[in-house]
Design a protein around this ligand. Structure first.
Ligand code: 13P
Length: 336
């Protein structure tokens, strides 16, 4: 096994998953505003400190994705976030994209920025102790979109990101997200997810990356938020597994899901059903932001006295999702 494969094994060892604590400052500000927390460099540091100092977190979380601001900050004890995580046996990772901009002059489609100066930033992150990198691309379903051009441009950019990351010794997590916004059916989401992933793996092959040294992060196959379509967890799991079988090479060691704005318990139920799928060649797991830290943020509200209860809420979600990874989650466990 090479070093990248060993890193992947450590991140996903024994039912563990990834905590995506890498929301950009504008996204974090939006999340904070919803629960009445002022978004400042210090409140963002405090919230991330609350997350990474949660007792027992290392039982269920093997990797935490940090944001550029956070990896440069310190905890109250003077340690950097990377040092603290590494000390607990949790691997620190880093989001290296720089958000999206309109694609092809249209506000409806997005291309992710961040290739300029990427090699230099990756060099800095090596020194700061990061072991893996993430890049998110956004694919939106709507009238006449996504266009093939947008899917292709994002696939090519993701492939350049993977190549550059692996060249510096990082496990790369390309994250093409077909977002839930819209009134499309689950069938449409399945088609677009397949197209997006097929384009990605074609670009990755052209770039000549090491497929065994990456983790794919992708969306579950779901109906659009505004579609009104009712689907069972079984239908979601079947559609998701079908899409992956149709597009992800068997050399890829692991696939983790994003939560994409799904309600936290629902994301866990769906993850559980997907992970029950037998005979898939990949490890399946989770890399959630909102479905892990959302409940903790609502409880914390920026107040030190709420820290313990907020941490308990994070640990609970981490445990539930870790059970779901093994297909052992049951809704009754929510009331434990
Ligand atoms: P969500 O789980 O909230 O979708 O976030 C995952 C992520 O990393 C988005 O880039």
């Amino acid at each position: 096994m090479n070093e990248l494969q060993e890193t992947i094994k450590k991140i996903l060892a024994s039912g563990k998953g990834i905590l995506a604590a890498d929301a950009s400052t504008p996204t974090m500000t939006k999340r904070f505003e919803k629960v009445g927390i002022a978004s400042t460099e210090e409140t963002r540091r405090q919230f991330r400190q609350l997350l990474v100092t949660t007792p027992d977190l290392e039982k269920y979380i093997g990797g935490v994705i940090l944001f550029d601001e956070t990896i440069r900050q310190k905890l109250d004890n003077g340690k950097t976030f990377s040092e603290h995580l590494a000390g607990r046996g949790i691997l620190p990772g880093i989001k290296v994209d720089e958000g999206t901009e309109p694609f092809g002059g249209s506000e409806n489609e997005k291309i992710t920025k961040g290739l300029d100066g990427l090699a230099g930033r990756l060099g800095e992150y090596v020194v700061m102790g990061a072991k893996f990198t993430k890049w998110r691309a956004v694919i939106t379903i709507g009238k006449g979109i996504p266009t093939l051009e947008c899917i292709q441009a994002n696939a090519d950019t993701l492939a350049e990101f993977v190549f550059a990351s692996q060249a510096k010794g990082f496990v790369a997590i390309p994250e093409p997200e077909v977002v839930m916004d819209g009134n499309h059916t689950i069938k449409k989401c399945e088609e677009i997810t397949i197209e997006t992933l097929q384009a990605l793996f074609k670009s990755l092959k052209t770039q000549g990356v090491d497929l065994e040294g990456l983790i794919l992060k992708t969306n579950m196959v779901l109906p659009g938020k505004e579609s009104g379509q009712k689907v069972s967890v079984q239908e979601i799991a079947q559609a998701t597994i079908r899409a992956l079988r149709n597009s992800v090479p068997t050399e890829v060691p692991a696939i983790v899901f994003l939560s994409g704005g799904q309600e936290a318990v629902l994301a866990t139920e769906r993850l559980n059903e997907i992970c029950k799928a037998a005979d898939v060649p990949w490890e399946l797991g989770f890399s959630f932001e909102r479905a892990l830290e959302g409940p903790a943020m609502e409880i914390w509200k920026g107040k030190a006295e709420n820290t313990d209860v907020a941490q308990a809420a994070l640990l609970h979600r981490a445990k539930m999702n870790s059970l779901a990874r093994k297909g052992e989650y049951k809704k009754e466990l929510e009331n434990e």
